[in-house]
Ligand binder design. Structure first.
Ligand code: FDA
Length: 307
């Protein structure tokens, strides 16, 4: 238990290390990262998305890269996102798009983020592609939700994420109810203090169950994004008990995680979406996954010696 906590904190600490991040870019998706990342460019990820679609899995792609340093970079990120949306449509891929507002300039200028988002969402609406705003650390959560609310009315195909480790997560689900939100519900991946977030796994898990129940009973489309059997089983029981149809929810898992379970869920008739990150900036994402699950370290080590 203690070792697990040390390893989690260690990898979350490493995930923010800029020097290692720069080094990682030079090496490409080696060291096992290619087991959980779809490639360094969207073109590289296309055959993989086609394969996943062929297997019956739906996809959401995320262009890795969280922090940008200038308005120019944020605009370039928005343009890349638009091109990804166009490529999804052009190649007729069954894929949504996930993005992070920091990559569009959240820490630089909120007006710029709105401009970038509007351009992205115009294209996404035109081509019928859903976009989900990932949730980053708690210091950005309420700004992200304010932007979500401001955009949702004009762009119905817009989703966002609520993290059950936050004390205020239930309040956020209530606040979003009038917006008919498409919510991805997760436990939360960042290192948060006891001031804002539950520190005990059991409380995070119980809170996630409560959020799933609330958003589903509110009648909104819900993505249950977890690899945890207890959460999957809870959801299956809940939807059965309340007669919630399979087209009101989906399960989501990260690419490379629990492949067998993904296929079992498909066989049981559920919608399953795989979150597939791509891009050169895989380092922070990779470290957060190592922090979540020490078993992931095994394939990272294997990756180092098999390349
Ligand atoms: P958790 O890590 O609590 O593990 C519980 C149990 O599940 C484990 O004990 C094990 O039994 C099983 N398990 C977990 N992983 C496994 C694996 N790889 N193989 C086998 N068994 C496994 N976070 C965030 O802050 N913002 C976001 O926007 C997102 N977006 C997002 C999208 C998608 C599609 C997913 C799946 C997750 C996210 N997350 C996220 C990450 C999320 O917050 C969380 O950190 C991870 O999903 C880990 O929590 P779990 O619920 O998966 O199980």
């Amino acid at each position: 238990m203690i070792l697990e906590a040390i390893s989690k904190n260690f990898f979350l600490y490493l995930s923010k290390n800029k020097v290692l991040d720069r080094m990682a870019k030079r090496f490409g998706t080696k060291f096992g990262a290619d087991k959980i990342v779809g490639g360094e460019t969207f073109s590289q990820a296309i055959p993989l998305i086609e394969t996943l679609n062929h297997e019956g899995l739906q996809v959401t792609v995320d262009h890795l890269g969280e922090f940008v340093n200038s308005k120019k970079e944020a605009r370039e990120r928005a343009q890349e996102c638009i091109e990804t949306i166009q490529a999804i449509s052009h190649h007729q891929l069954n894929s949504e798009v996930s993005l992070k507002l920091t990559s569009l300039g959240l820490d630089i200028d909120e007006e710029l983020v709105m401009e970038n988002m509007e351009q992205i969402l115009e294209e996404a609406e035109k081509l019928g592609i859903t976009v989900t705003i990932d949730m980053e650390d708690s210091s950005r959560c309420e700004r992200t939700l304010a932007i979500y609310k401001a955009l949702k009315e004009n762009y119905p195909n817009l989703g966002t994420v609520i993290q059950s480790y936050l004390y205020k997560s239930e309040e956020y689900v209530d606040e979003l109810d009038p917006y008919r939100p498409y919510l991805r519900l997760v436990k939360g991946a960042y290192k948060e203090s006891g001031k804002v977030a539950f520190q005990e796994k059991q409380k995070v898990d119980e809170n996630l169950k409560g959020l799933i129940k609330k958003n589903l009973l509110n009648g909104h489309y819900t993505a249950i994004a977890s690899h945890d059997d207890a959460i999957l089983d809870y959801t299956k029981r809940l939807v059965k008990e309340h007669g919630i149809p399979n087209d009101q929810f989906e399960f989501q898992m990260l690419y490379g995680m629990r492949n067998q379970t993904q296929h079992e869920l498909l066989k049981e008739g559920y919608t399953v979406r795989v979150y597939l990150p791509y891009g050169e900036d895989w380092y922070g994402y990779f470290m957060r996954r190592l922090a979540e699950r020490p078993a992931n370290i095994a394939f990272a080590v294997k990756g180092i010696f098999t390349k």
